[in-house]
Design a protein around this ligand. Structure first.
Ligand code: ATP
Ligand code: MG
Length: 360
């Protein structure tokens, strides 16, 4: 005899009151619990829609739902929780014709700390979880994306005609490892020096964003060049980024540069999602970035150890292999992707007003 109080609406009320373990708001408020089914034998099935496929709290949600329902309805079979995802985003690219939910820049204050490695890993990792992802190389002086992903070939230019008869061009991104890629490296030979003056740089980046057939993407990751804020300024003028990820190594000097990068992002009104520590380990030490993030009141987005395999796979254009089962870097890289995806989802809940950092 099933409990007459065990109705779908009673189940939903209970489930919707449970706080999401990552976003710390009730599942109902987050619109993450759209439906529940109660079968005649008392079996309960709950649908949960996650805000990102790179969501690390599935088991915690399942346990919390089971606890809540079995406490309220003793004797029911273990509830079945079914997960799907619908990526939330700022969707700010409309004005320039982009159908991308989240645009995320990866930068640093210092060169050579692993921005491109982290940007490529973030793109590959989010795709690994099931998101639709593009990766744009905004480093026009030292493009790395084609090399890291072993991607070759020139992007095709397609001629299209607008309804008013005007002919325009669309650039087809290069596809590799399930990612859509765009880089100046596909268009100039590696030994060809290119001098970009400010306005040309602005125009090129605008074209990469606007004229590339990115299609519908959950995340577009942008690998920033080292140093100045020119590219970041251009990007922030074109669209509202979901945020920037700051990469730094654990030494003090790199951390000081990271603080400068954070200040630069704030100047150009790009929210900072947090700090990733790359190359953690014996040579550089460990934990410096986490401490700095805490000091600055910014989220710490995980660490990637210094590992020969990361450099070798990058050199060989085999970054995707870092995500293979058994790869030592894999759990670290996936953790960084999850933390960034959650931070993006969190930032969407918070007010668009950016907090000012007195420290900077
Ligand atoms: N976790 C890591 N372990 C070992 N080597 C790494 C790691 N991360 C990056 N590297 C290596 O460090 C070098 C610099 O990395 P990368 O090109 O990603 O840095 P960057 O910050 O993008 O540099 P630039 O400022 O020139 O754009 C590369 O050879 C890369 O393979
Ligand atoms: Mg780089």
């Amino acid at each position: 005899m099933t409990n007459p109080d065990l109705t779908e609406s009673a189940v939903l009320d209970l489930v919707r009151s449970i706080p999401d373990p990552e976003l710390a708001r009730p599942l109902g408020q987050l619109k993450m619990a759209p439906a529940a089914t109660v079968r005649p034998d008392g079996t309960v099935e709950v649908d949960i829609v996650l805000p990102t496929p790179a969501y690390p709290g599935r088991e915690r949600i399942t346990e919390a739902i089971a606890r809540k329902l079995t406490t309220r309805f003793p004797g029911i079979p273990q509830p079945v929780v079914k997960f799907s995802h619908f990526v939330q985003g700022k969707n700010t690219g409309g004005a320039i014709g982009l159908t991308v939910k989240n645009v995320v820049a990866v930068g640093s204050g210092k060169g050579g700390v692993g921005k491109s490695t982290i940007a490529a890993s973030l793109a590959l990792g989010l795709k690994h979880f099931g998101a639709k992802v593009g990766l744009m190389d905004a480093d026009v002086y030292g493009p790395s994306v084609p090399h890291l992903l072993g991607a070759h070939g020139e992007p095709a230019m397609l001629e299209r005609t607008a309804p008013d008869g005007q002919v325009y061009h669309r650039i087809q991104p290069v596809e590799a490892d399930g990612l859509k890629l765009m880089s100046i490296g596909f268009m100039v030979k590696p030994d060809q020096a290119v001098i970009w003056r400010g306005p040309m740089l602005h125009k090129l980046l605008t074209q990469f964003l606007q004229q590339t057939d990115w299609g519908e993407l959950d995340y577009l990751i942008i690998d920033l060049p080292p140093g100045t804020g020119d590219v970041s300024l251009t990007l922030s003028q074109l669209l509202g980024l979901s945020g920037a990820v700051v990469v730094c190594t654990p030494q003090q000097v790199a951390l000081l540069d990271a603080v400068k990068a954070i200040s630069m992002f704030r100047q150009v009104k790009i929210p900072v999602l947090g700090i990733v520590e790359n190359m953690s380990g014996d040579i550089f030490g460990r934990g410096g970035a986490k401490k700095k993030a805490e000091e600055l009141g910014l989220p710490f987005l995980g660490e990637v150890p210094i590992e020969a395999d990361v450099r070798i796979k990058g050199d060989d254009g085999q970054m995707a292999a870092l995500f293979a089962e058994g790869s030592p870097a894999r759990p670290h890289l996936l953790n960084v992707c999850e933390r960034i995806a959650i931070q993006i989802a969190k930032s969407l809940l918070e007010s668009p007003q950016m907090p000012t950092l007195e420290i900077l």
